[in-house]
Structure formats: C-alpha cells, structure tokens
Design a protein around this ligand. Structure first.
Ligand code: MN
Length: 507
C-alpha cells in the first residue's frame, strides 16, 4: 500500500478539501514514523495507511480515516496529542486519543495469564477507553484486522495471545456492533493462529462437503431464480459458505456430527423491499417442503444485535437440505457493516448529528446501549474507575426486545425483570406498578422476561415502591430510579411523621 493508492481511493468518496486534509495527515504520519519498521521489515507507515484504507472501504467519515492514518503517532512516535488537535482539529484528536487508550487497556490485559474468566473485564476496560466516541472502536477494529493479517511475523507466543484476545474481545465487540463481516474476518484469522491443527481439519472437512453440494446447489439456484422472475421479483441470489470458526463452534454443539448442520452453505436472496422478503418466502415454500421448526422471522423480531433476515430450511425433491436467507439490501448492508453503516459517507447527516450531540439517538435502536455506556462514562470523575456493577448487567449480557401492548419496542438486557421494563417506560409507571401481564398472562415480579414478550403494566396510585423491590430490578436505570423514589418516600414519610407529632403537640 502506497500513499498514492490511499489518496486515489479517498478521491472516490470525499470532496477535495477532505482529501487534502487526509493527504496532509499522511505526510505528517510519514514524518513521525520515519525510520520505524514493522516486524515484517516493511516501513511502519504501511500499517496506518492500510488501517485508513480499510476504514474508507467500510465507508467511514473522513475524520475516522484521518484518525486511522494518525492512530499510532502518539503511542509509537511520541507525537503530542495537542499537536494533533491544533493541526487536525478536536474531533480527530479525540479519536486518536481514544484509540491510544484502547491500546493501553489491551496491553494491560496481556498481563493476565488466564484469559477466559477475564473476558468481561477486558471488554469493559475497552469500552471505557472508547470514552465519548464510538468511532474509536471501529478504528481499533480496522487496526486489529491488519495486525492479524501480519501476525506471522510475531513470535508464536505473542501470536497466540493476540489471536486469543481477538477471539474473546474484538470478535464479540464487532458482533455487538452488528459488524458481521468484520467479526467473521477477525474470527477466521484469529482461529487459524490459536488452533492451527483444528483450523486445518475444519477447512478440509468443509471443502469436502462443499464439493459435493455446490453443483446441486447451482441447480436449485437457477430453479429459484426463474421462479422469482416469473413473479417479477428482482433479486440477487448468492451462495454463502459457513465460516470455519462458526463450523468449529457449531460442531461442538451437535456432538461433532456434521450431518446435523444444515447451513454449511446457504443461499442468500437479496431483494428491494421488505414485502418482497415474505413473497419470496412464500414462493420457496411452494417450490420445496420447509422444515417448519427452522423458519425464523428475524425481520419482525430482529436479533439483539439488530440482524434482520428471514431464514428457512427446505427439503428439495432430491432430498437435499438447503437453507435460505432472505433480506433487503438495507438489511444486508446492516448485517455486514453494522455500526459502521451508520457513519457512511453517503449519509453524513447522521455522522454530523452524532458528532454534535455525541449521543446515539440517531443510531439504530439496538445500539442504544452505547449511549447508556457513554452516560456512565460521562459522569466519571478524572481517574475514577467504573464499578463492575454499573457495566456488567446493563451492557454485557445479551439484549432482548420486548413490546408494550401498543407495540412500542423496548431494549433490555437478558434476564431483565418486569420492574426493569416498567421503569424503562416511565419512572411513574415503575413507581405505581401493581401487577404485570405478559403475553396476556399474569406474570410474577421475579420472573425474567423473554425476547418478543408483550408486557402490560397494571398500575395503581396506591401502589408504592417497596424496599423489597431492590431485589426485583436488574438494570442500572431501574435501580437508580427506584433508589431515588425510596429515598424520596422515606423523606416524605419522615416529614409527615414529624408534622403529625408537631400537630399532636400543638393540640
Ligand atoms: Mn496500530
């Protein structure tokens, strides 16, 4: 990767003034890293150039690309952050500072000998380091991806550590941000270093299996293609092969029996409109026999990370089992690029909104947990640590989506209880909660909610928060609201007791 290639690439997407800023950053970073080499022997500057190039190909805004070019100048080339701020502006400086902090957090992580139980801690450290701007983590993912691609130059022990950290921290992170393709790239590379023997075994197994089915699948594909044409539905149909790492994980679940895995290769149908997705599903089911238990509608109920698609597995007349994934272009874009899709240079308004308010209300609903995090981080004083309590429960469990009877969607951590929902709707709804109906049935205060539940809160003015409710909330939000109400009511209680004593005395 040469400087000129990056600039050429950038010209396709940004205006002249933006490209000039990028070019200035490239010259600045080249000077800063002069004389430094990567372990591969290449000049160091290649690494930041490729990082920036990746960010451009993900469609990120210009400040992210510039920060990509500058991301190692503070940590590895002794540049002062103030200098970056005066040359490239506050936003770029903030991003570079964030990426530097993430690197420091992750090098601290390397101290831990055993990694697995620490994963959540590590994740929370990284998230804190993101600080005020979520673009930091996207830049970090681009940085990590290139480091993984050049991992062969590192000593084996370091390779394993970076691979493990990638699999346990950066992969899940990319997944949480809905960046499916990046997650897969990270996982494939990391897995190939962490367990090369198993990786090769899986690769051979997959290849053998696919060889058999690819030709048959081609026939089904053209069958479906002409059926869709008959119904005037324009669609792109592509084969999608299961990744090696996900095959490895799935095999463990089905006791190693590859015959139990139906989605080794799936056909992906991308259409224009949401309605078309359901029409396509209908056409497929009229052509082939569906396995009823495997029909999944992730369009009406998206996965917690925002993924949307219809999935169905069918059996063809020749007894072949084929999985189909049906989605619109927009859903496809989100499934592949997730959070990065929100900062797309085609949609600079969202980026502008985000930068102005530094909150994510303009981002998709499923990413609102980021604003919770930012709220917590924003309230921290200099040098103050975030308590585990504040983060763990709200942010690192999986998310569920539940509905009000009116159909409004609310996002809660897995394991959330009815009172968490009530306080999320409104603090007064929480305060006066009397009983709950979930999917039309009475639901106990201590029974967790599930994805897709419809929850009705029955309120009564006479019902007031009780001390025992402390055990019946799990989110930071609900706990804080409840705490405030309990404090308030005990003050009110004290005042009214005091007043009545005074009254008694005056009589
Ligand atoms: Mn780097």
């Amino acid at each position: 990767m040469k400087k000129g290639d990056l600039i050429e690439h950038a010209r396709q997407y940004y205006d002249l003034e933006q490209v000039n800023r990028l070019e200035y950053a490239v010259n600045f970073a080249s000077t800063a890293h002069k004389g430094q080499n990567r372990l591969s022997g290449e000049p160091y500057i290649i690494h930041p150039l490729i990082t920036a190039d990746t960010l451009i190909s993900w469609g990120m805004d210009i400040d992210s690309a510039i920060a990509g070019v500058l991301h190692d100048t503070v940590e590895d080339a002794g540049v002062e952050l103030g200098q970056i701020e005066s040359l490239f502006g506050h936003d770029v400086a903030l991003l570079v500072d964030g990426v530097t902090k993430v690197s420091q957090a992750s090098s601290e992580m390397k101290k831990f000998e055993t990694y697995l139980p620490k994963t959540k801690d590590n994740l929370s450290k990284l998230l804190i380091a993101i600080g005020q701007d979520v673009r930091v983590i996207i830049i970090k993912l681009a940085d990590r991806l290139h480091n993984l691609k050049t991992l062969q130059y590192l000593p084996p022990e370091k390779q394993k550590k970076i691979a493990r950290e990638s699999l346990e921290v950066f992969g899940p992170m990319a997944d949480k941000l809905g960046m499916g393709r990046v997650r897969m790239e990270i996982e494939e590379l990391a897995f190939s270093y962490l367990d090369p023997v198993e990786y090769k075994k899986m690769k051979i197994l997959l290849k053998k299996r696919l060889g058999k089915s690819t030709r048959k699948l081609g026939k089904i594909r053209s069958e479906v293609d002409s059926a869709l044409k008959q119904h005037n539905i324009s669609a792109d149909i592509n084969g999608r092969v299961k990744s090696i790492y996900s095959l490895h994980k799935k095999l463990a679940k089905v006791n190693g029996n590859i015959d139990d895995i139906y989605d080794l290769m799936a056909l992906r149908i991308v259409v224009e409109k949401k309605e078309d997705c359901y029409i396509v599903l209908g056409i497929l089911h009229s052509l082939y026999k569906p396995m009823v238990s495997r029909i999944k509608d992730y369009i009406s109920t998206p996965k917690p990370n925002g993924y949307q698609s219809l999935h169905t597995t069918v059996i063809t007349p020749t007894e072949q089992i084929v999985e189909f994934q049906i989605r619109t272009e927009k859903m496809h874009e989100f499934a592949e690029r997730g959070l990065a899709a929100s900062f797309h240079y085609h949609d600079q308004k969202i980026t502008k909104d985000y930068i102005e308010k530094r909150n994510v209300t303009s981002l998709p609903q499923n990413l609102h947990w980021i604003s919770e995090l930012q709220e917590v981080v924003g309230k921290l004083k200099e040098g103050e640590e975030i308590s585990k309590d504040q983060l763990d429960i709200d942010l690192f469990g999986d998310r569920i989506f539940v509905h009000s009877p009116k159909g409004d969607i609310y996002d809660l951590p897995e394991g959330a209880l009815p009172l968490d929902f009530a306080y999320l709707v409104h603090s007064d709804v929480g305060r006066n909660a009397y009983s709950f109906r979930v999917n039309g049935k009475i639901h106990a205060f201590d029974k967790p909610l599930k994805n897709g539940d419809i929850i009705e809160v029955v309120t009564k003015k006479s019902s007031q928060p009780k001390q025992s409710w402390r055990q019946l909330v799990t989110t930071t939000h609900a706990r804080n609201k409840l705490q405030a109400q309990l404090r308030q009511s005990s003050v009110v209680g004290m005042i009214s007791t005091a007043t009545s004593i005074l009254r008694r005395k005056s009589y």
